[in-house]
Design a protein around this ligand. Structure first.
Ligand SMILES: *[C@@H]1O[C@H](CO)[C@@H](O)[C@H](O)[C@H]1NC(C)=O
Ligand SMILES: *[C@@H]1O[C@H](CO)[C@@H](O)[C@H](O)[C@H]1NC(C)=O
Ligand SMILES: *[C@@H]1O[C@H](CO)[C@@H](O)[C@H](O)[C@H]1NC(C)=O
Ligand SMILES: [Zn+2]
Length: 453
């Protein structure tokens, strides 16, 4: 029985070869470089295989984390406040203590609504923008309060096969995949000590003051992924919206294309009921043939392409009341969707789209993610004005958004999870194929015990 032995040897070799971890493409993540500009980021290599940081033991752990029921192995005790704040503060001990307190309170509030199994790390900085960053407002102009953004976003493959950028804070809840090189922080936050902030325990809030807790809670939610990529990446004065223009490597080949964020998967044009991801796919028909090697080149060619008019239409939608909505996972009734901020004219970078509609959600439990935070209204006041919602400052619609993105809550204990993006999928696909292979082979082998090794 020479032939079956050879066959067996061949099969075992093939099996070993197929299960050996290999990667054809690097994994490119994006790091935010300016918390005040959420849609500005730089590519970073984040594949531990490419960075030479992966071990075979952790590779097996990585596979395990993607198998069914693996979430059990991800249960970790993070305490009552899953947010770990690293604060850099140069505003004196008293004020800095209040700032730290507010951050901890905001973290605690989010930890009560979300079931977080992995700590979320925040790089928070509180400083004088004018003196320390040379960002001064001339004569009582608009003062920047601050901002926050995901410190790193990671490409993941969604169930519609599109690769979208997911915030690290979320990816960490869903996988311990050792091939992903996570950055030191999940959220980067920067706040201006010059702003007239009110803190809990300061006495009555003045009409000129902003509740710091209100502001940072709002910003931390942006950092968790309440952020759309739809913006103008091409023109200085916005006139056409697209998803993020990014350089991705596919099979060693660098291509420039439009990449959505996790949030964008659920965006719908209310007039037509069309998913905005369909528009992205149409826009990417341009990318596939652009041949551009730099972002500038890509932008110029895009402006002359037939697809550009679609981006202009998206810009018009972004400045038309109620035109864009977030349709939560599992919902099909557009009247139940979350109305996004498309009433601002002219379009305001950072405020338009990535917020809930101001008029609709003022004095409702979903007040938190409006683009404007009313001065003189504390977070507590806003909750009362919203009707004393039992969930506190995380309103029911906001909760649906976070659940759709993939955060677990008491009502949504097994949230949707995207798969690792293309660079990782060969290993996973091969693994399940190999398993089938092995089972079929063993069945044949066991039923034919005349084979000798
Ligand atoms: C934290 O954020 C600040 C301001 O955004 C940045 O300058 C600093 O480098 C960050 N620190 C680390 C350790 O990433
Ligand atoms: C919004 O986009 C749709 C689809 O491209 C388009 O038909 C519609 O005219 C746009 N709305 C506005 C107000 O421009
Ligand atoms: C909300 O609570 C406040 C204070 O606890 C109370 O004065 C107010 O009547 C309540 N409003 C509603 C609508 O229940
Ligand atoms: Zn905001």
């Amino acid at each position: 029985m020479k032939l079956p032995s050879l066959l067996l040897l061949f099969l075992v070799t093939t099996l070993l070869f197929l299960t050996y971890p290999y990667h054809t493409a690097a994994l490119t993540c994006y790091d935010n470089v300016n918390p005040l500009r959420r849609n500005q980021h730089v590519p970073v290599e984040c594949d531990n295989n490419k960075l030479g940081k992966r071990t075979s033991v952790s590779w097996i752990k990585g596979l395990r984390s993607w198998m069914p029921f693996a979430s059990k192995t991800l249960k970790r005790d993070v305490g009552t406040n899953a947010f770990k704040i690293t604060l850099t503060c140069s505003a004196g001990t008293t004020l800095c203590a209040k700032v730290k307190n507010a951050f901890d309170l905001a973290g605690l509030m989010l930890s009560q609504t979300l079931q977080l199994n992995t700590a979320i790390t925040v790089n928070a900085t509180f400083l004088n923008f004018c003196k320390q960053m040379n960002q001064c407002t001339a004569g009582g102009g608009y003062l920047t309060l601050g901002g926050a953004a995901p410190a790193r976003t990671i490409p993941m493959k969604d169930d519609d096969q599109a690769v979208r950028l997911y915030p690290q804070a979320l990816v960490k809840q869903q996988t311990s995949d050792p091939s992903i090189n996570f950055g030191a922080y999940d959220i980067v936050a920067l706040f201006n000590s010059e702003a007239n902030f009110w803190f809990q325990g300061d006495g009555a809030i003045q009409h000129t003051q902003s509740d710091f807790l209100f502001v940072i809670l709002h910003e931390l939610v942006h950092g968790l992924g309440f952020t759309s990529s739809w913006d103008d990446y091409i023109n200085i004065t916005p006139e056409a919206l697209t998803p993020d223009v990014s350089i991705t490597s596919k099979g060693g080949q660098q291509t420039i294309g439009f990449t959505e964020y996790a949030f964008d998967k659920y965006m719908v044009l209310s007039q037509t009921g069309q998913r905005m991801s369909e528009i992205t796919a149409q826009l990417n028909q341009f990318s596939a043939s652009s041949g551009a090697t730099t972002v500038q080149q890509f932008g110029r060619a895009f402006k002359n392409s037939p697809q550009y008019s679609l981006a202009v239409q998206m810009f018009r939608n972004a400045t038309t009341r109620n035109a864009m909505v977030f349709l939560p996972a599992g919902q099909s009734d557009i009247s139940q969707a979350v109305i996004l901020e498309t009433s601002l004219a002219p379009y305001q970078q950072g405020s338009s789209v990535s917020h809930v509609d101001y008029n609709t959600y003022t004095d409702t439990p979903d007040f938190l993610m409006r683009y404007l935070q009313d001065r003189g209204v504390s977070l507590g006041d806003a909750i009362v004005q919203g009707g004393n919602y039992t969930g506190g400052s995380i309103g029911p619609k906001l909760k649906l958004v976070l659940e759709s993105l993939g955060y677990a809550t008491q009502d949504n204990p097994n949230p949707y999870r995207p798969a690792p993006s293309s660079s990782d999928s060969p290993v996973i696909l091969v693994q399940s194929k190999t398993l089938v292979f092995l089972i079929v082979f063993m069945t044949i082998f066991l039923s034919r015990n005349t084979w000798n090794l």
